[in-house]
Design a protein around this ligand. Structure first.
Ligand code: LLP
Length: 385
């Protein structure tokens, strides 16, 4: 089995658990995305919710990418870290007045609007400021992303987006709202999508909708297909990067853009997941009746994905090269769901060994909690250890 390379000696001096980011891999990923999208009318808005650590955000912003935000505070964080307001898209079903004000005051690129009442409030608040808000409609395309039900967002039964049957009414209102500039349509069908055919279905739907809008005499300068590109959680060493080439090629092939039209992407996980690992120390090795438990000092408060979505994260014992043995890797939290993996093959472990829980750069640090009065884990970076 190939293992990742980690500066274990340096880790020995650090308090565990902590997040460790491989900044070289992050840069390689950003360079690949840049290469795949330059010279095309493609725009990337990195989804801040995947990882909002300022060091990571500054790195991403330095490539000139935009941001996809889902709260007013994410907009402020993105601005602080160097993202340009002109490249910020703001989504979310429950934008508060304060958050809408933040978007308007900063003249962000676009509000991705998810309902009629939201549209009306944005129009009112923009008129009070004598401004025009750029708006894209988030449409629920009823496309199945074939992913975990908690991260499927584009089906009719989800709370997200506007249903197709409500479009005629909304379009009437949008075109008669003096303080709204309608710029296009937005979708997001789900996350951790590895079967790219779901994106083909999305392209078909987007083209159908575009035709409908064009028939109403409305042009769509912006098509935003959201995020969702998945990564390989099982083989982080063999496949350290998402398949960006196939992903962007697919959109180029299936979504023929009209003149002056731009295609927008809101990638989160695929940008940051592979570069992050949660490093924990073995507190005890406990022999059960039928299994061995590796009890580590990180828990579901530090990385909730396995407990919340039954997500798989590859784990390595980075302190040992002894024979591989199956372990249930568990945390110290008082919940039976505080399990990182069952039957994970790890090099024989002893108390004090360090383990790396891989592919934790997305939805890891951002979903930390202090349940059980736990500390927030620190973050360390490969280029400044
Ligand atoms: N755009 C919108 C409107 C979204 O709701 C999301 C993610 C994204 C873009 C970015 O999607 P990505 O490229 O990261 O798949 N906590 C879950 C994932 C929740 C995703 C929520 N929305 C997890 O740990 O798997």
């Amino acid at each position: 089995m190939i293992k990742g390379t980690f500066p274990v000696e340096k880790f020995e001096t650090l308090e565990t658990p902590f997040y460790y980011y491989d900044m070289e891999l992050l840069r390689e990923t950003l360079n690949t995305i840049k290469k795949e999208t330059e010279n095309k009318p493609f725009h990337i808005h990195y989804a801040i919710k995947a990882n909002d650590n300022p060091r990571i955000l500054k790195e991403i912003a330095s490539y000139g990418f935009g941001a996809d935000c889902v709260s007013g505070n994410e907009i402020l964080r993105a601005l602080e870290c160097g993202f340009s307001a002109a490249k910020i898209a703001f989504a979310g079903v429950g934008k508060t007045d304060r958050e809408i004000h933040i978007g308007l005051d900063n003249d962000i690129f676009c509000f991705n609007v998810e309902s009629l009442p939201e549209l009306e409030v944005i129009n009112t608040l923009a008129s009070e400021k004598g401004k025009k808000a750029r708006v894209a409609l988030r449409i629920n395309p009823n496309v199945d992303a074939h992913t975990h039900k908690y991260i499927t967002t584009g089906l009719n039964e989800n709370k997200f987006g506007i249903n197709e049957q409500d479009l005629p009414e909304i379009v009437n209102i949008i075109t008669s709202s003096d303080h709204i500039e309608f710029i296009g349509i937005h979708f997001h069908i789900g996350s951790q999508i590895t079967d790219l055919s779901a994106f083909e279905d999305l392209c078909v739907k987007a083209l159908e909708l575009q035709e409908w809008f064009n028939k109403q005499g409305i042009r769509l300068p912006v098509i935003n297909v959201g995020g969702g590109l998945g990564i390989n959680y099982h083989h982080p060493n063999h496949c350290p990067m998402a398949d960006f080439e196939s992903y962007f090629r697919l959109f180029g092939k299936y979504l023929k853009l009209q003149d002056d039209q731009t295609l927008h992407f809101e990638l989160g996980r695929s940008v940051v997941a592979p570069c992050g690992s949660l490093i924990a120390r073995t507190t005890f090795v406990k022999e059960g009746l039928q299994k061995k438990f590796l009890i580590v000092d990180a828990g579901m408060t530090d990385l909730i994905r396995p407990a919340l979505y039954q997500a798989f994260h590859h784990i390595e014992n980075i302190s040992s090269n002894e024979a591989y043995t199956p372990y249930d890797v568990v945390g110290p939290i008082c919940e039976s769901s505080d399990v990182f993996a069952e039957g994970m093959m790890l090099n024989l472990a002893r108390r004090g060994d360090l383990v790396a829980i891989r592919s934790a750069g997305a939805y890891g640090e951002t979903m930390v909690s202090t349940y059980n009065c736990r500390e927030i884990p620190a973050a360390h970076f490969s280029d400044s250890l």
